[in-house]
Design a protein around this ligand. Structure first.
Ligand code: ZN
Length: 168
């Protein structure tokens, strides 16, 4: 039992070292490149994105920034409708999957089908699963395994990267 525990402790330390090594390696690359768009139509230069987006949305969508918690009005948005990508207007989340996570960021337990793609990032050294709009590649947030049922996932989204469209 004890040797098993030691094995896992050693393994965690080793994984931590490997992660921080690659983390410092990969970080400069990530700052340069947002995720790729899946169509030519949405493959825009940084300059073009800057013209299309407000500065705070650009920072999140194109540079993988994180907005301050409790800064988005979408935290308290409780109407029925759909949350769209603020970059390209692709529908990403239904209000039916929104829940109050208490984190200060709009949170969802499930995205709409075929709306997002994910990648692992190492910005905080520990690997996290980043997700972005499938169509334009705009960064939305990170997904964690501490969400509610039925999925157990928590999609922690920047409000500034979303546009809410209420159902009429
Ligand atoms: Zn998009």
């Amino acid at each position: 039992m004890q040797s098993n525990f030691l094995f896992w402790t050693r393994r965690s330390i080793l994984m931590g070292l490997v992660t921080s090594f690659f983390g410092s390696f990969l970080r400069p690359l990530e700052l340069l490149a947002a995720s790729k768009a899946d169509t030519d139509e949405w493959t825009l230069s940084n300059e073009e994105w800057r013209k299309r987006l407000p500065a705070d949305a650009y920072k999140v969508l194109r540079e993988e920034g994180t907005e301050r918690p409790f800064s988005s009005v979408l935290n308290d948005e409780k109407r029925i409708g759909t949350f769209h990508c603020a970059g390209c207007d692709l529908p990403l989340f239904s209000s039916a999957a929104k829940f109050d996570s208490g984190t200060g960021w709009p949170s969802f337990w499930e995205p709409l089908i075929d709306s997002i793609n994910t990648k692992v990032d190492f910005k905080l050294i520990v690997p996290r699963t980043e997700y972005h709009c499938r169509r334009c590649g705009g960064h939305q947030g990170h997904v964690f395994d501490d969400g509610p049922r039925p999925t157990g996932k928590r999609y922690c989204n920047n409000g500034v990267a979303l546009i809410f469209r209420p159902s009429s």
